[in-house]
Design a protein around this ligand. Sequence first.
Ligand code: PRP
Length: 189
Amino acid sequence: MASHSPFEQDVERVLIDEATLQARIKELASAITEAYEGQDLLLLAVLKGSVVFLADLMRGIDTPHSVDFMAVSSYGAGVQSTGVVRILKDLDRPIAGRNVLIVEDIIDSGHTLNYLVRMLQERNPGTLRVVTLLDKPSRREVNIPVDWVGFSIPNEFVIGYGLDYDELYRNLPYIGILKPDVYADLTAD
Ligand code: PRP
């Protein structure tokens, strides 16, 4: 079995293991298939964290759909959300009249999603819904309706399965909690 070391020594503990993740993603994919069966569907993935979730989710969705990507930045190299959202890459095509499903890896303060939803609504999609793998409800600063949530999690520094710290750990196949000493230098600034 291949090891993901040296990264794994930085993981305090596994919060959601691979089998649990995959089982829940299959459930989400079934629910999404049922909701959109026979209709147009565009999965809008928010780079970069959501790409691993998207890859598994879309393979479980059993109805025709297309995908497009946006890149936004709400965090610097640091740990906290600033509420400032920058569009780094916009969608390739218009979404007017389309059934758009935003695919997120995590909702924390809600600022990123709040900004995105407001901006995308102005483009007059047919419908606009949200699926997120992870939700940290205790951190919410802006309330945004979310249609499908994979897991509600406590306020821990999570990495893996697309989520990074300083662009690393995205390749871990599970959601882990990062050891505090890994980011201690940063929070001490
Ligand atoms: C994460 C996540 C969301 C946002 C959520 O992205 O993918 O887009 O933060 O935080 P919020 O609810 O507090 O706004 P991040 O900026 O870490 O970028 P990445 O996906 O490229 O790692």
